[in-house]
Structures are given as structure tokens and as C-alpha cells.
Design a binder for this molecule. Structure first.
Ligand code: DP6
Length: 362
């Protein structure tokens, strides 16, 4: 597939108005995407667990407008008009316009809400952009004679990527790869694909408790962070390492080797933050409590033989990953030893999920 495969033929049908609602989850990368070329073409492939509880639900209502001069839309978060979200969506519409030629023909009302608090420090770009991309695909499906289910998801992922790179990994579950890799057939820089190989029982229903260490706005956005990988002294080695880690992940997922899984996932998280600390300008997104939690996790593992581990995204919050059969003991540990490091004692219990859902069409 190339970009041009996503440019539709002239539409065969006409529609006046309608509405679609999709919910789409967040995801947590095991091998991280950090560094990109233009339009979210990743410098290295990544793989993520799709989440279940953390999601965005978006209703896109549309009505034909009189002219097709420009984009016309309004955005609401939890019923409140959010004009400060508009520039990001305007940029998204501009990027996808050649693949969605109907965009200027309609006025859109975008109503969105998140299952997690807006100020939780959990990025809503992956779930938000994927939910919006799916709504737009539902509109396109009304305008063309036939569109296969596979193409629908693939194009939605392609569009979501143009909104925010990691968003393209949110549409399906339970493991998604994005970025071309020799060992993963069908993998592409343009969209996410379901992980195509066998996954050991150990990883079924894997748990992710997100410890909310810092719920504030990040000082450095992911986009700025990605761009600092251009000319970064360790960029080449990092991209090679991510490719190798993804190769190694294939056998780890197959054999269920939790010890190797822990090593790979924690190293990926710390490498991501090491890249931030060695950028120019350099920056640190972890907080003292992030490190407190990591140290507690390491001592808990050493003293109990637990197979829990941590990962981080581009922020201070800690994702605690663990097998389902350890859920009781790990939650006990979290409550007794880690909650004190969370802002207002808050955390979110999540687990592996299976992707986006069409909630309503009319
Ligand atoms: C650290 O997808 O948020 O979470 O493409 O600029 O929107 P943009 O960046 P974004 O970057 C996510 C980075 C990460 C790692 C990952 O999810 O793979």
C-alpha cells in the first residue's frame, strides 16, 4: 500500500446529514515510537498493548453546507465548547484533505468525552484522533458503493496516524505494530497492523495500572520531543535498537518469557527518557515520584519474585504492567506502597483491550 491507495475515486453517492459515534481506546507502547519524519512517518517500528478502559468517545454530526470554501466545525469536550482544540483539528483536516475530499462540503460538530479525567496527564491524542478518524471513515462509507471492513480499518488507522502517530495503534487489539519491520509481514509506516503471530497465554488479559504521578500539562510536547531526535547524537543507535527489540519481542511473546519481557519493556521506557535527557535542548519528564515508584517496583520484584514491571510514556505517570494471575497481590502492593507517590492518591486500573467500537450510527 502507498499513500495514493487512500485517495478515493469520485464519490458515487450523495448525503445531506447524519451522525456517527465511535469509542476508541488509548494504547501503551512496549517498544516506543520516538523520532519521526514529516507526517508522522516513524523513524522506527513500535508495538503496543491496546488498552480497554481508557478511551475517548466521539460523536461526529455532519450537515451539508452551502459552499465548500473552507473547513467548518465546532468541538465540544463534555458538552463544553472548546475553541482551543480547533487549531489541532484544522491541521488534521488539512493533512487528510486529499484523502477525504468531502471535508469542505460539510459542517461538522465534534462532541467528545474521555473515560479518564482530562487533567490526568494521560494523553488523549491517541484515543481522540483514532475515534475522530473512525467517525470520518463512517461518513466516507456512506459516500462510496463498497468499502471492505479491512480497508475501513486500515484507512482509519492511516488517517489517525496523520493526526497523531501513536493513534494509528489504537483501532484494534490486543497488540498492534506500526512501522515497517522485516520480521513482521504486512507491517507499514503508514498504518498500524494487528500483531500477526502467536501470543503466549501469559500475556492474555495483561493488566496495566496507571499511576497518576503528575496530572499537569507536560512542559515539552511529544511533537517537540520527536523533532529533537533530528541530529540527536544517539538517534541512529536508538532506531537500530528499537528494530532489534521488536525482533526479540516476537520470541518473547511466543514463549511467554516474562523475565525477558520485563527487561525489554523497562529498558525501552528508560531509553525513551534517556533520549529526552540527551536531546539538545535536554529535558526531563519524570518526576521524583516516578523514580520512587520504579525503585519500589524493583525491590518488590526482588523480594517476591513477582513479574510486574513498569513502562512510561512521554510524561511522569507510571504504567505498571503485570500478568492477570498476579492481580490481587500487585494491587495490594500498589495500594500499600505506591499510592502515596500518586497525585491525590489517584490511579487507573486498566488492562489489554480489543480496539475501537462503533457505538451509534444514524
Ligand atoms: C512516548 O503519538 O503522541 O508515547 O505523532 O507527534 O502526535 P505525535 O506523537 P505521539 O508520540 C507518542 C510517543 C510515546 C511512545 C509511543 O506511544 O510509542
Amino acid at each position: 500500500m502507498t499513500e495514493t491507495d487512500f485517495i478515493p475515486k469520485p464519490y458515487s453517492k450523495q448525503i445531506e446529514n447524519g451522525a456517527f459515534t465511535w469509542s476508541s481506546p488509548s494504547n501503551i507502547a512496549l517498544v516506543k515510537y520516538w523520532g519521526k519524519k514529516e507526517d508522522q512517518i516513524p523513524e522506527n517500528p513500535s508495538i503496543s498493548f491496546t488498552l480497554d478502559y481508557c478511551k475517548t468517545t466521539t460523536t461526529l454530526s455532519f450537515s451539508k453546507k452551502e459552499n465548500n470554501d473552507g473547513f467548518a466545525f465546532d468541538v465540544f469536550l463534555d458538552h463544553e465548547k472548546k475553541d482551543d482544540f480547533k487549531p489541532k483539528i484544522e491541521t488534521f483536516f488539512k493533512r487528510i484533505e486529499s484523502y477525504m475530499p468531502f471535508l469542505k462540503d460539510f459542517y461538522f460538530k465534534i462532541e467528545t468525552s474521555n473515560s479518564f479525567p482530562h487533567s490526568s496527564g494521560i494523553a488523549s491524542s491517541a484515543s481522540g484522533m483514532s475515534a475522530l478518524a473512525l467517525c470520518l471513515m463512517s461518513v466516507e462509507k456512506e459516500l462510496v458503493e463498497t468499502i471492505s471492513e479491512a480497508f475501513f480499518i486500515q484507512k482509519a488507522s492511516f488517517l489517525a496516524r496523520l493526526g497523531s502517530g501513536s493513534a494509528c495503534r489504537s483501532l484494534e487489539g490486543d497488540l498492534v505494530v506500526w512501522g515497517s519491520h522485516d520480521d513482521i509481514p504486512g507491517s507499514s509506516n503508514l498504518f498500524g497492523v494487528k500483531y500477526p503471530f502467536e501470543v503466549h497465554e501469559n500475556f492474555k488479559n495483561y493488566q496495566d495500572t496507571i499511576l497518576l504521578v503528575d496530572k499537569g500539562e507536560k512542559q515539552v510536547s511529544s511533537t517537540v520531543g520527536h523533532n529533537l531526535m533530528h541530529g540527536h547524537p544517539f538517534a541512529k543507535q536508538r532506531f537500530e535498537q528499537a528494530n532489534k527489540n521488536l525482533s526479540n519481542m516476537i520470541s518473547i511473546l511466543k514463549t511467554g518469557d516474562l523475565k525477558a519481557f520485563i527487561g525489554l519493556v523497562e529498558s525501552e521506557a528508560l531509553t525513551l527518557h534517556a533520549m529526552m535527557m540527551t536531546s539538545m535542548p535536554y529535558f526531563i519528564l519524570m518526576k521524583p515520584n516516578t523514580l520512587e515508584i520504579i525503585n519500589k517496583i524493583w525491590s518488590f520484584r526482588a523480594s517476591t519474585g513477582s513479574k510486574l514491571c513498569f513502562t512510561l510514556d512521554a510524561g511522569a505517570n507510571v504504567h505498571v504492567l503485570y500478568p492477570e494471575n498476579e492481580a490481587n497481590s500487585v494491587l495490594e502492593f500498589i495500594k500499600s506502597e505506591l499510592v502515596i507517590y500518586c497525585q491525590k492518591g489517584e490511579y487507573i486500573n486498566d488492562k489489554i483491550g480489543f480496539g475501537a467500537q462503533l457505538i451509534k450510527e444514524c
